[in-house]
Design a protein around this ligand. Structure first.
Ligand SMILES: *Cc1c(COP(=O)(O)O)cnc(C)c1O
Length: 370
């Protein structure tokens, strides 16, 4: 079965092998060295001075960013399940909340953010997804972050980049915390989250520490000494270090280029055989297609063609399918899905098969990656 859901993503064999070595103790020089290397490489990927590793799924890092970086009032962007989650975390910790709501295919606008800031002069942190995975939507995060900083440079900008870090080079000039998770572009099993920090975020964390398990002041102090506050997710971090070597062997820019080519070629191929792309501004991480027969298509895809892709949630249940582009995916795997989708359109009497999806995919993909 080909796993092409936008998280978890398939774990490459080399990484599975790296993680199959006997468990080592986390308070040893051997592990500290691996930990140091992994953090150093992550710092390059994130483009930020510090990246903290937490033993949790991505939501743990989301929660840590709220509790450690927002003191009074948060502005959140809800254009899907993950943006909604930021709002729920803010409420769970009894912080004040201003939430901007959008349809799941619509990116947040700079103007709305500016208005919200003008109307609420006590907002001290802004939370947004780079890619809102619920609808495969790319928010104009860089422009929004810039506008926030122009309004007030002390407002912390938190970007959930779980489906963006390792997919594309996120411009972190105006971003203070960038969140990621192991099970998306880093192609690891779930259970590890990461949070990149700017100098301002570091300053705020050091000024006032909050919480216990997700206390970033404690983590910052420990991780700077190449260890963790609590037992580290040793196996996942060993896998992460191996994965980062793999990515740097390819070259980070080259890796991004290949991901982008695969994403663009897939999108064009889907359009060429008549599918409607759901988001108004599609993210690179995945292709999200709006289709009334999405569940039937996914069922045939799984049973007959052995490909597992994701569906829609909430009001988009049964109306959406999402194909992952994150990580190391072979072009023949990506084109296999598109070909299978075209065959499904034929067998469900929607469109006569003529090989168009593969033709378009290969033409664009190989032109883009040179
Ligand atoms: C997957 C994902 C998360 C994290 O979810 P977990 O299930 O806690 O790992 C957060 N934000 C986005 C945009 C995601 O795609």
């Amino acid at each position: 079965m080909l796993l092409l859901t936008p998280g978890p993503t398939a774990v490459p064999e080399k990484i599975r092998m790296a993680m199959s070595a006997p468990t080592i103790h986390h308070r040893t020089p051997e592990f500290s060295e691996i930990f140091r290397q992994a953090r150093q490489k992550l710092s390059k990927v994130f483009g930020m001075p510090e990246v903290l590793l937490l033993s949790s799924s991505g939501t743990g890092a989301m929660e840590a960013s709220v509790t450690n970086l927002c003191r009074k009032k948060a502005l959140t962007v809800n254009a899907g399940k993950f943006g909604e989650r930021f709002g729920k975390i803010v409420k769970a910790f009894n912080l004040e909340l201003v939430e901007l709501k959008y349809e799941w295919n619509t990116p947040a606008s700079v103007k709305d953010i500016e208005e919200a800031l003008q109307n609420n002069d006590d907002i001290d942190a802004v939370f947004i997804q780079v890619c809102e995975s619920a609808g495969g939507l790319r928010h104009p995060v860089e422009e929004i972050a810039k506008a926030v900083k122009e309004f007030n440079k002390d407002i912390v900008v938190v970007a959930d980049g779980i489906t963006a870090v390792g997919v594309e080079k996120v411009d972190v000039r105006d971003i203070d915390a960038l969140i990621s998770g192991s099970q998306k572009a880093f192609m690891l099993p779930p259970g590890l989250s990461m949070i990149g920090l700017s100098p301002l975020a570091i300053k705020k964390i050091e000024e006032k520490s909050f919480g216990y398990y997700f206390n970033l002041a404690t983590e910052l102090e420990k991780q700077r000494k190449d260890t963790t506050a609590w037992t580290a997710a040793t196996t996942l971090i060993i896998g992460l270090n191996a994965m980062l070597d793999e990515i740097f062997d390819i070259g980070l820019d080259r890796f991004y280029k290949i991901t982008k080519a695969r994403s663009k070629a897939s999108l064009k191929a889907l359009e060429a055989i008549g599918f409607n792309i759901y988001p108004k501004s599609p993210a690179i991480a995945m292709s999200a297609v709006y289709n009334d027969r999405a569940d039937e298509i996914r069922k045939i895809l799984k049973q007959k063609y052995e490909v597992n892709i994701a569906g829609g949630q909430d009001h988009l249940k049964g109306k959406l399918f999402r194909i992952n582009h994150m990580g190391l995916i072979k072009p023949y795997e990506a084109s296999w899905v598109l070909n299978a989708l075209e065959m499904i359109l034929d067998e469900t009497k929607v469109r006569v098969y003529n090989g168009e999806a593969n033709r378009v995919f290969n033409e664009i993909y190989y032109k883009e990656i040179v």
